[in-house]
Design a binder for this molecule. Structure first.
Ligand SMILES: Nc1ncnc2c1ncn2[C@@H]1O[C@H](COP(=O)(O)OP(=O)(O)OP(=O)(O)O)[C@@H](O)[C@H]1O
Ligand SMILES: [Mg+2]
Length: 293
């Protein structure tokens, strides 16, 4: 008897969060690095379905880095990254589109459907959802201080999110699952880091939260300890001294940009922990790193 009462208590503990967040929008970035074991994928999908049933509107944006790299290698191409972003020639773009827009996107849609949710898979091409332009980055050689412009190929940055399609899907009770592929001004297909897409969508939808699920416990310091809360002012130093690098760079940049556009909270969470979403949302302690202004 005690045990069932305990279960009821656990459910009731979630009540303040349910009342606070019901009707609000959460944008969840499901990183490729966290899409590992079947058990975890199922627990992610169950969490998403549950959030929807209690009235939290979820929009899923997914990555797929490891699977894209593995497919490239199978096809005899060597993946290359600069500042955590994939250098993308036309052949790589075709692979990105097949793997992200096809394989991974539909896998997530099926998982959510299997657990009772109604998911619809999209890429930024559908309904003109993600408009983008080609992105170039500046690289400074530390020894000489000389900066050069680096062409990443068909890598894009978001210029505009047209949220009309997401709103229509939401009204009809569907959960959008979005592959981070954008359309350039001349109709070209552009590969965009999924963290940036999730951020742009969170800002466009005036979301309550942006949650980034990845394959580390959160933002780690030099010793590998998790930083539970990080303020905007602390970030520049951590980038400069190399603590934040590679795939973590777009995440912190995304968190900062959405906070400035009015999104309330941002979280970097370990997607390898079963039910990490529920733990982050419905407990006071939360897990992972919270970035605040
Ligand atoms: N300070 C840091 N703390 C934690 N992780 C860091 C840090 N600096 C760099 N990283 C790296 O960032 C990685 C996470 O980003 P990565 O782009 O690899 O995955 P993802 O964004 O979850 O997946 P995808 O790119 O497929 O969407 C970690 O695995 C880690 O290697
Ligand atoms: Mg990444």
């Amino acid at each position: 008897m005690k045990e069932i009462i305990k279960k009821a208590e656990i459910l009731v503990d979630a009540l303040p969060y349910i009342t606070k967040f019901s009707g609000k929008t959460f944008v969840i970035k499901y990183g490729g690095a966290a899409q590992t074991k079947d058990e975890l994928k199922n627990s992610f999908a169950k969490d998403v379905v549950m959030l929807n049933y209690i009235g939290i509107r979820t929009v899923i944006v997914h990555g797929g880095g490891p699977k894209i790299s593995a497919t490239m290698e199978k096809m005899g191409k060597k993946p290359e990254f600069i500042h955590g972003q994939r250098v993308t020639d036309q052949e790589t773009m075709d692979i990105v589109e097949m793997v992200l827009g096809g394989l991974i996107n539909k896998e997530i849609v099926s998982l959510v459907s299997r657990h009772g949710g109604k998911a619809v898979g999209l890429s930024g091409k559908d309904g003109g959802l993600i408009k983008a332009r080609k992105k170039t980055i500046k690289k400074v050689t530390p020894e000489t201080g000389v900066s050069e412009i680096i062409d990443l190929g068909l890598v894009g940055e978001v210029t505009l999110i047209e949220p009309g399609l997401i709103d229509s899907l939401d009204k009809a009770g569907f959960i959008p699952v979005i592959a981070p592929i954008g359309v350039g001004p001349h109709g070209e297909t552009l590969n965009i880091n999924a963290d940036f897409v999730a951020a742009a969508i969170a800002s466009a939808l005036k979301a309550e939260k942006l949650i980034l699920l990845t394959d580390v416990p959160g933002l780690l310091d030099k010793k590998g300890n998790i930083l539970s809360t990080l303020k905007k002012g602390q970030i520049a130093k951590l980038i400069k001294d190399g603590t934040i690098s590679g795939g973590m760079l777009p995440k912190v940049q995304s968190c900062l940009s959405v906070l400035e556009s009015g999104v309330n909270k941002t979280h970097i969470v370990d997607g390898r922990v079963p039910h990490c979403l529920l733990l982050e949302i419905f407990t006071k302690e939360g897990i992972g790193t919270e970035i605040v202004l």
